[in-house]
Design a protein around this ligand. Structure first.
Ligand code: VG1
Ligand code: CO
Length: 549
């Protein structure tokens, strides 16, 4: 094998964020940009000679080209085998599943997830370790350090691999196996859920579902699982053909960007009878989910709590949950369920990489984030289609509407009113200034009364991993009020333009007579308080959030 060592030099700004390295496609297209980062990944790892690497992406613009580059570099660096999804497609949870099932050394996933795609859009890359989960900070820090001192990358000359056809070929001394992108993941999901019962519901003619793949990676997964294996009518899927630019959309399953689905689920606004009973959407790389009932949106934090409270109805979880974990800004709705179930509940920083150790150590079974991510110990990523099947399994057993299930849940556990306000594309200096100002005022906040509310606590969230003791600091400003409400401020670590300020608002209401208030109204005092404390309007020049979820 003729390995070529190509001289290169460090490129600034290759620090992985919340979930891998994300930049504009045009940045990734610059000579050496992808190559430097991939070599930096390989140089941060040891012991992969002759081992298997899993490779695939969400099909966005530049996916195939990047795959061909990485295949050649993997061969040059000494991997024994690469498993590539057919057409270069692997959803993030499917990649996690394939890594685990085939005992791969690790995997590279090409995705910028919920960020828009296309030639003017975003591209991304992340490394997952042998447990199938996102590389922990120890590794992403090492990768970044390598990008800053890189002098060469290794590659071989080889013709492009035909990604359209399943089968084995070779590049240099390395085998390249093009695999079915869906089968392993679908087979695993079939072991967890009652497919007979879900299938019966979907075929009953009295239950209608609408799944919006947002022209992103879950199209083929939904086709195989919902239509082929479970027998749902083909009309149950919308936007199910993956497109390199996601049809020009923003593949983030929230009420703003998944407007096609929202329109269907809310009928003509008059509570139309033809609206489906159950709606769901997933994101660019298939790890997120949004759950919608007829005229009713389920808040992701509530969805996690409902899954935990109903897990015993689902075969894969019927023997009980070991524990649950949620990211810090996620509402405490699941904490209340954990308390009733008598199981542990962990609070981690934002990003799925922080759940890996807890899942590996058998401390938790379910995990979730307020950003529409839920998952379990079946893989080491959040899993959109898994969450949809979990909901379908619950609905097939309970035969109640989504709204009735939520209202019943609040009655039993109380309601955590919750909302996230995003200010996207804010000037970076202004956003950093806002956070710095909050950090400086932390010590003076407890005891202060603002707009009638007394502040009980204020800190910058730091996390010590209970399994390996690693410490992560500056994970978000938390301000707790005396009545248990809280406001959290964070800057996004996944954006590619300016800064995105996220403001998370939460208030607990135990009284069932007060559970029907509109969310923004229920949180209005907190919204005002957030602005007073952080000076959002003044510092960002924005009078309203870009997206409210
Ligand atoms: C966001 C979400 C976070 C999620 C991350 C990756 O990060 O808030 O909960 O884990 O995206 O999700 P940030 O740093 O922008 O807040 V995905 O589906 O984009 O890989
Ligand atoms: Co995603």
């Amino acid at each position: 094998m003729n390995v070529t060592s190509v001289t290169t030099q460090p490129i600034a700004g290759q620090r992985p964020g919340t979930s891998g390295l994300r930049k504009k496609v045009t940045v990734f297209q610059a000579p050496g940009y992808l190559e430097n980062f991939v070599q930096a990944i390989f140089d941060s790892l040891a012991g992969f000679k002759g081992q298997t690497l899993v490779l695939g992406g969400d099909g966005r613009f530049h996916n195939d080209e990047a795959i061909q580059t990485i295949v050649r570099m993997a061969a040059a660096n000494g991997f024994g085998r690469v498993l590539v999804g057919q057409h270069g497609i692997l959803s993030t949870p499917a990649a996690s599943c394939v890594i685990r099932k085939h005992q791969a050394f690790g995997g590279i996933i090409l995705s910028a997830s919920h960020n828009p795609g296309g030639p003017e859009g975003d591209f991304g890359i992340k490394y997952n370790t042998g447990n199938g989960g996102p590389a922990p900070e120890k590794i992403t820090d090492a990768i970044y350090a390598n990008t800053q001192k890189i002098t060469r990358y290794l590659t071989v000359e080889a013709p492009a691999v035909n990604l359209a056809v399943q089968g084995t070929t070779s590049v240099g001394e390395m085998q390249v196996v093009v695999i079915d992108s869906v089968a392993d993941h679908a087979d695993l999901l079939a072991t967890l859920f009652d497919f007979d019962r879900i299938g019966a519901l979907l075929r009953s003619g009295t239950f209608k579902m609408c799944f919006d793949a947002m022209h992103a990676v879950t199209g083929p997964y939904a086709q195989e699982i919902f239509v082929k294996r479970l027998g749902a009518p083909a009309s149950s899927l919308m936007n199910a053909v993956p497109l390199p630019d996601f049809g020009g959309g923003h593949p983030d399953p929230n009420p703003t960007y998944a407007e096609d689905l929202i329109k269907v689920m809310f009928g003509d606004g008059s509570g139309s009878e033809s609206a489906p009973d159950f709606g769901a959407a997933s994101d660019g790389d298939g790890d997120r989910n949004m759950i919608v009932g007829t005229n009713f949106i389920v808040t992701p934090s509530d969805s996690l709590a409902v899954l935990a409270a109903n897990a015993m109805l689902v075969p894969g979880y019927a023997s009980g949950l070991k524990g649950v974990a949620r990211s810090m800004p996620t509402s405490a709705a699941v904490d209340r369920v954990a308390e009733k179930l008598g199981i542990k509940c962990f609070e981690t920083p934002t990003g799925w990489k922080f759940f890996g150790n807890l899942l590996d150590a058998g401390e938790v079974t379910l995990c979730g984030e307020e950003s529409s991510g839920t998952g379990s110990d079946h893989v080491r990523e959040k899993d959109g289609v898994w969450a949809v099947l979990f909901w379908l399994n619950i609905l097939a057993v309970r035969r109640e509407s989504v709204e009735a299930i939520l209202r019943g849940h609040w009655q039993r556990f109380g309601r955590n009113y919750y909302s996230r306000h995003d200010y996207e594309g804010v000037d970076s200096a202004a956003a950093n200034g806002l956070m710095a100002h909050l950090r400086e005022s932390l010590a003076t906040l407890p005891g202060r009364t603002v707009g009638g509310a007394t502040i009980a606590s204020a800190d910058d969230f730091a996390y010590t991993d209970p399994v390996d003791g690693s410490v992560s600091t500056a994970q978000g400003i938390r301000i707790g009020l005396k009545d248990g409400s809280r406001v959290v401020f964070r800057l996004s670590g996944t954006g590619t333009e300016g800064a995105t300020l996220r403001v998370y608002l939460e208030r607990f209401e135990p009284d069932p007579a007060k559970h029907a208030v509109e969310t923004q109204q229920a949180l209005a005092p907190l919204i005002g308080l957030a602005d007073t404390l952080a000076g959002i309007r003044e510092r960002t020049g924005r009078s309203a959030p870009t997206v409210i979820t």
